[in-house]
Design a protein around this ligand. Structure first.
Ligand code: BLA
Length: 507
């Protein structure tokens, strides 16, 4: 396995956690050749659960372990997309839940001891209560609070958080339900590197993950490489996948004993995580995890619905402003005048303090803005060089140093190119909003290289650390960017029409 030699901040996201070669210790991973159903790889803890050491089971037909009948039911399974049925099996007089899935050439079976704590009536009641609760939350904010509450009620973790990612994959705890004696983490921010890219990607493939005990002894899977293709076993979808030592250390530094993490997805994208902590070991069975997955699916649907409703309401509002602007332009016969000198101003389209139009070499400013000279420089040195027709940032100084002179009026900018030249622009400005951002631990010390372990170690302290954020405006939201695109479209059409008329006159 090719682990990077030194895992530093830039290659934190290269640790190949999907082929870690180890399982957690509360169950056994068994892999078979998906065609012959002969056992090809197995966890070293097979003796503890099945009463037979791993080397005795390797190369045996799967039927020898789980019985011919159960094995024959798995014969037709060939497709990675299929979600095969979970079965209960008896091995060595012990009951197991067997969770199968296909991974490349292997059929992977996760075995967890079956517990008698599964109650179908309880299960029904929980699903109904999830549907009712999340269906009746009014706003996206209520939805998050309700999701944290019901998750805590059902699964009983000590702390349940709704963790939302921002555009740069930093995150914030936006809802929390916890045991009373714990300090609150509500509102705390965490840097993107705490949950590296490959971990986020795995949540799109396998949506609910438990870590049952941070003190578990990782169980090697034998042999390390699959005899079928000579590759390590891809455990992306395994229930029992072992945990990166870096993350285990992270949880220990947080004094957490066990966790449940579930993907929250909106419009096909990882929006956030439902993150649950327990301060001692904690296991929840497969059926409970299915309930949790159901909960996150309802959450995701409701979130998309509520955000779409909000979007539609806004859409109607600025469709009407856009209509007014077009009428004004037509009655004036002049674009600049129509946008900036009549009853409705183009700046009404956005929550902003000011804006600028640059058209045919002339500039008009509305509201509070940088000076004409400053805007000219911004266009020439920066905006004209952007490839996209729409550009936005909440932190202009990061990309255009001279913007430091006008932070108070334009820390944030949203701009659209008009027509095909790189000279005509319409833009909106937002002032700096000085904010205090509270982090869970100093983000400048988010990790360091540990010479002894020869790998990165996460920060030791998660003590609240407050940072004063300057040069940053309120963020531009999706629907505001859509509004900018739409007005650009209308104006481009008008400009095109005008050019046609001119050409017609010349002819
Ligand atoms: C994984 N880090 C994670 C996960 C979470 C966090 C939720 C997914 C856990 C899972 O799959 O069960 C982070 N947990 C948080 C945060 C909160 C929380 C932010 O409760 C806030 C309340 N971690 C580091 C550094 C590195 C790192 C510096 O801090 C890398 C150098 C790595 N985190 C890391 C890795 C994983 C991870 C590799 C994946 C673990 C795995 O799936 O094996």
């Amino acid at each position: 396995i090719s682990y990077p030699e030194k895992v530093d901040m830039t290659n934190c996201d290269k640790e190949p956690i999907h082929i870690i070669g180890k399982s957690q210790s509360h169950g056994v991973i068994v892999a078979c050749d998906k065609v012959s159903l002969d056992i090809t790889q197995i966890g070293r803890n097979s003796e503890e659960f099945f009463g037979a050491p791993y080397h005795e089971l390797l190369s045996k037909p799967l039927g020898a372990l789980i019985g011919e009948k159960r094995a024959s039911e798995l014969e037709t399974l060939k497709n990675e997309e299929e979600r095969p049925e979970v079965k209960e099996v008896k091995i060595n007089d012990r009951d197991f839940v067997m969770i199968p899935h296909i991974s490349e050439d292997s059929l992977i079976l996760d075995f967890e001891p079956a517990r008698s704590d599964y109650n179908p009536y309880e299960y029904q009641r929980q699903l109904t209560s999830i549907l009712n609760t999340l269906g009746s939350s009014e706003t996206p904010e209520d939805l998050c609070a309700d999701a944290a509450k019901i998750t805590k009620d059902i699964f009983g973790y000590d702390r349940v958080m709704v963790y939302k990612f921002d555009e740069e994959w930093n995150g914030e705890v936006i809802a929390e339900e916890k045991e009373q004696d714990l300090e609150s983490w509500l509102g705390l921010h965490y840097p993107a590197s705490d949950i590296p890219k490959q971990s986020r990607e795995l949540f799109m493939k396998h949506r609910v993950r438990i870590i049952t005990n941070v003190d578990y002894e990782p169980v090697p899977i034998e042999p390390e490489l699959s005899p079928i293709n000579g590759e390590p076993l891809d455990l992306s979808k395994s229930e029992l996948r072992g945990v990166s030592p870096i993350h285990i250390e992270y949880l220990k530094n947080m004094k957490v004993g066990a966790s449940l993490t579930a993907a929250l997805i909106s419009n096909g994208k990882l929006w956030g995580l439902l993150a649950c902590h327990h301060y001692s070991a904690k296991y929840i069975n497969y059926y409970h995890r299915q309930t949790c997955e159901f909960l996150t699916q309802i959450f995701s649907n409701e979130l998309t619905l509520k955000e779409t409703n909000r979007y539609i309401a806004k859409l109607e509002e600025w469709e009407s402003i856009r209509g007014d602007l077009v009428v004004q332009i037509e009655s004036e016969g002049k674009i600049k005048k129509g946008l900036s000198e009549q009853k409705v101003l183009f700046t009404d389209l956005m929550e902003c303090e000011g804006g600028a139009i640059i058209l045919g070499g002339k500039m008009r400013l509305v509201g509070s803005t940088p000076s004409k000279k400053q805007v000219k420089r911004l266009v020439e040195e920066f905006l004209s060089k952007q490839d996209d027709s729409v550009y936005f940032t909440k932190n202009l100084t990061k990309f255009h140093e001279p913007a430091r002179e006008f932070l108070d009026v334009a820390s944030g900018i949203l701009s659209v190119k008009l027509g095909r030249s790189n000279k005509d622009f319409l833009m909106w400005f937002r002032p700096e909003v000085v904010q205090n951002v509270s982090w869970g631990g100093n983000p400048d010390k988010k990790a360091s290289f540990d010479e002894e372990k020869q790998r990165m170690t996460p920060r030791k302290s998660f003590e609240k650390w407050t940072q004063k954020l300057t040069g940053v405006s309120d963020p531009w939201l999706d629907y505001q960017i859509s509004a900018a695109r739409a007005i650009r479209e209308s104006l481009s059409n008008i400009i095109l029409e005008k050019q046609k008329v001119k050409i017609d006159r010349l002819n």
